[in-house]
Design a protein around this ligand. Structure first.
Ligand code: NAD
Length: 247
């Protein structure tokens, strides 16, 4: 479904991002995954090479909060591959700190990665996509962008902003054939969720009509659809992959 496409995936070393990288490779794309550290990037690359040594994948670890570092890495990728067809802005951190205990620096930290970093990657990529005549930008939102959450306001604030960026960029960039969409996962079995005790998972599952948590692959399938030509007329959409969870 993505034969010959070049994709950049931030936060691609584990969890949802890793599943997206794998799904894109299985579907014929060449992928550059970003992680926060050299060690975790190398570990992810090794795991992928063990799955299939022929997959065209490489990694990088630019500081996503530094616009110049991101721009330099995007330009290097463009020089090497001549195109960037898909950008997946997936790196993110969650937050549970009650408002009264939340240091403003912590609030900045969450917004810095979950929102500002998207902008840092989008700017140089949009220039490239405009020149090449189109492309696809995908962002990872969250079900908290519908409901908020009871503690840790920085996280839902950041994901509401992701939706705002997505819808507005779709309107601005549509005339250049650049589609912009987001995927909003519900509770997904990444490392964090897998380590929760059964007594915490059970009440979560009871509130999900499909009666299970999402798997990273469930989310990756949505990222595949939105990146593919099957979604050629889909833009400005926030696609929930949450089993119809209500909060
Ligand atoms: P994860 O913690 O398993 O992975 C996070 C990824 O982001 C990693 O690859 C990590 O390298 C990268 N990252 C973290 N901090 C970084 C930094 N400072 N600089 C660069 N990269 C950094 O998390 P996940 O659950 O796979 O989350 C991925 C995305 O999905 C996030 O945007 C998250 O908000 C969103 N999400 C997750 C869930 C869930 O239940 N797991 C639900 C809704 C939304």
């Amino acid at each position: 479904m993505l034969k010959g496409k070049t994709a950049v995936v931030t936060g691609g070393t584990r969890g949802i991002g890793y599943a997206v990288v794998k799904k894109y490779l299985e579907n014929g794309a060449q992928v550059i995954l970003f992680g926060s550290r050299k060690e975790t990037v190398e570990k992810a690359l090794q795991k992928l090479k063990e799955e299939n040594p022929d997959w065209p994948v490489e990694g990088a670890w630019p500081d996503l909060k530094d616009p110049e570092a991101v721009r330099t890495e995007i330009e290097r990728i463009h020089q090497k591959y001549r195109r960037i067809d898909i950008l997946v802005n997936n790196a993110g951190v969650s937050d549970r700190v009650p408002t009264i205990d939340c240091d403003p620096a912590h609030f900045d930290e969450v917004i810095g990665l979950n929102v500002n970093a998207i902008f840092h990657a989008v700017q140089p990529v949009v220039k490239i996509m405009k020149e090449q005549g189109g492309g696809c930008i995908l962002n990872t939102s969250s079900m908290v962008s519908k409901f908020g959450q009871p503690s840790g306001v920085a996280y839902p604030a950041s994901k509401f902003a992701v939706n705002g960026l997505t819808i507005s960029l779709a309107r601005e960039l549509g005339p250049y054939q650049i589609r912009v969409n987001a995927v909003a996962p519900g509770v997904t079995r990444t490392d964090m969720v897998a380590s929760l005790p059964e007594e915490m998972i059970k009440p979560l599952i009871d509130r999900i009509p499909l009666r299970r948590v999402g798997e990273p692959e469930d989310v990756a399938n949505a990222f595949l659809f939105l990146a593919s030509d099957l979604a050629a007329y889909v833009t400005g959409e926030i696609l929930s992959v949450d089993g119809a969870a209500m909060s």
